[in-house]
Design a protein around this ligand. Structure first.
Ligand SMILES: *Cc1c(COP(=O)(O)O)cnc(C)c1O
Length: 384
């Protein structure tokens, strides 16, 4: 079976992990801060907090922005459930903003209409979480402009997008957001096994993120509410978690980072080859917008015409031919857990159309041209 995604590890990655295994610190050593600093520098952001997953990073990002009971958090319905679960963990309520059908990203026009309506009902969101689907940045400048008018905070779910660019800067610069989150799950662009990171340019948010990652505890004397009892002293100041990344993982991440640009370039080349060789009378790749470089976590095409049956048959046919085609994503509001909150799919017509037409084809750096030719041939045959 040709998988839809796959990690790429070399001997240097393995050596980096072994070196930590032979050192004194498996966790809470030097590798985590080094990894954080290197990612922050790469992204032109001030601060970074490594976590044990992007899900954890999204959770503490919401908490750092004071999301709690009575608050609304909005995100895209075409994402992994973690993008909205993070708000539920905080006791907030979730709503979804329908997508732009060409890119699959949250539609800024729909966001604006929804904000106008929410203002009338006094239900404006505290936080909006745009998701950079497949690795292409959302219209962050447009979303940021709306945040200034309507007073919400922004967390970029950039789980797909490390190594991508928006305008003149790397995704993760937080130029138009409060916090940006990356995932290092093996299927993503670079991996730490499991892992995530939250970047910000705001020192107060960074302090909160670091406290929440480690039980709400601080060992910094200036942050304490009373004089230190002695060199052993620490204070728990709020309810946090153990969401720490290990040094074993950070060493792998640091080593993987050396090849990030190479990975992204290769993914872009493979995507271009698909674009040339698929029959564009049958399928349309997700539209690429100007001023962006996609990290191409996923290669997604849509059937020219949304057709529930044809879509299902195409994926079954591809899998029968040994090609692990997938759908990213099932709209979150269709999940039974979310259905019980009363969501109506009629409120998200574009997400519905997208769901019945999107096909993820295999994409990872060591995918060969022969494999791509085979995938194109089978898909063209099935759809013809
Ligand atoms: C993978 C993913 C996550 C969760 O990442 P983990 O590191 O597995 O917790 C969140 N959001 C999106 C869009 C993702 O693709």
């Amino acid at each position: 079976m040709i998988p839809y995604g796959k990690q790429n590890l070399n001997q240097a990655d393995i050596d980096a992990v072994v070196e930590v295994l032979q050192s004194d610190f498996l966790t809470q050593g030097k590798k985590v801060p080094e990894f954080e600093q290197t990612v922050a520098n790469y992204c032109h952001a001030q601060y970074a907090t490594a976590t044990n997953s992007a899900t954890s990073a999204l959770h503490i990002a919401c908490l750092a922005l004071d999301v709690g009971q009575g608050d609304w958090v909005w995100t895209s319905p075409i994402s992994f459930v973690a993008s909205s679960n993070c708000a539920l963990y905080c006791g907030a309520q979730v709503d979804f903003v329908d997508i732009d059908l060409d890119t699959g990203n949250l539609s800024v026009q729909t966001l604006e209409q929804k904000l106008i309506q929410a203002q009338k009902e006094n239900k404006l969101p505290k936080v909006v979480i745009p998701v950079h689907l497949a690795g292409q940045s959302c219209d962050m400048q447009g979303i940021h402009a709306l945040s200034q008018t309507y007073g919400f905070k922004i967390i970029e779910d950039a789980s797909h997008a490390i190594g991508g660019r928006y305008q003149a800067k790397p995704v993760g610069s937080c130029e138009y957001s409060d916090i940006t989150v990356f995932s290092f799950h093996p299927v993503k662009i670079i991996t730490t096994g499991e892992g995530g990171m939250a970047l910000t340019n705001q020192p107060e948010l960074d302090k909160k993120l670091k406290r929440l990652r480690s039980h709400g505890i601080t060992s910094t004397e200036e942050e304490m509410t009373e004089p230190s009892h002695g060199p052993w002293y620490y204070q728990q100041q709020e309810l946090g978690f153990n969401y720490r990344m290990t040094d074993i993982q950070a060493a792998l991440g640091l080593s993987q980072l050396n090849r990030l640009d190479e990975f992204v370039q290769k993914r872009n080349e493979l995507a271009a080859y698909y674009n040339q060789n698929l029959n564009t009378e049958l399928v349309t790749p997700l539209a690429q917008q100007p001023n962006r470089v996609s990290a191409y976590h996923l290669y997604i095409v849509k059937l020219k015409k949304s057709d529930t049956n044809k879509h299902k048959q195409a994926i079954i046919g591809l899998r029968a031919a040994g090609i692990m085609a997938h759908v990213h994503y099932i709209p979150i509001y269709l999940q039974p857990y979310y259905q019980s909150m009363g969501f109506d799919s009629k409120d998200f017509p574009n997400a519905q159309t997208y769901y019945h037409s999107a096909i993820t084809l295999p994409l990872y750096p060591i995918l060969t041209l022969e494999q791509q030719d085979y995938i194109c041939e089978i898909l063209n045959l099935i759809l013809a």
